[in-house]
Write a protein that binds this ligand. Structure first.
Ligand code: DC
Length: 212
């Protein structure tokens, strides 16, 4: 069977991972969260005195089919989801040698079968020949509101204004960095999820998949 690669890019909080997981489950594809890989690099660097080049040279990152993330064999799925690691992941992602290594790993993952890969540079750099490219976005207010509700539901003490500032800073860093910035690929389909439910977005993508 011909293996398919789908890319899903967009800014933080646009709903990429939630929607991509639904679509992957419906199609029987593997979901690959590349942001989690940058987060794993950030976590390792926060724990280590080594410089980032040494860290990248000697890192093992694995994602399993339950979307768990393993850093050098340790399950770090929860630990990589703090605001500090979000910021640090965006910081480390600007280095070319970090991107090169993770891009290699991501391409290898995509070779194993049909995938939906989400991130910032999947349609532009990692899988430029993807069969279908989605660029998912939403207004900053809506993305901050969603993140606020998600963290509140997990019982975390959160502040909407602080979340909005954190997302705005990451948007700026991710879109303005020199190497592989967050950008819609010219052939990606733009979906603005500001006024759509998760199921509506997933439905739109599944319709697009059925015609690809
Ligand atoms: O998707 P996320 O919020 O978990 O990603 C965390 C950070 O990782 C994001 O702010 C920028 C970086 N990232 C990247 O540079 N390229 C990707 N393909 C995925 C994430």
């Amino acid at each position: 069977m011909y293996e398919k690669n789908y890319s899903s890019d967009g800014p933080a909080g646009a709903g990429k991972s939630t929607v991509s997981k639904i679509v992957a489950a419906k199609l029987g594809y593997t979901y690959i969260d590349t942001g989690a890989m940058y987060r794993a690099v950030a976590l390792k660097s926060s724990r280590s005195c080594d410089d980032l080049i040494a860290i990248i040279d000697d890192i093992n990152i694995e994602l399993d089919d339950k979307a768990r993330v393993f850093l050098d064999g340790e399950d770090v799925t929860t630990e990589i989801r703090t605001p500090e690691i979000s910021k640090l992941a965006s910081d480390v992602s600007k280095f070319g040698f970090v991107r090169k290594r993770l891009t290699e790993l991501q391409r290898k993952m995509a070779e194993r079968g049909s995938v939906i890969m989400d991130g910032r540079d999947i349609g532009t750099q990692v899988l430029p020949n993807a069969d279908l490219k989605i660029f998912l976005t939403a207004s900053l207010d809506e993305r901050a509101r969603r993140r606020f509700e998600e963290l509140q539901a997990k019982g975390q003490a959160v502040n909407l204004d602080a979340i909005k500032k954190e997302i705005a800073l990451r948007d700026k860093q991710d879109t303005e960095r020199e190497i592989a910035p967050l950008k819609k690929a010219f052939d990606a389909i733009l979906i603005d999820s500001t006024n759509l439910t998760i199921d509506e977005v997933a439905g739109k993508i599944l319709t697009l998949c059925s015609t690809d």
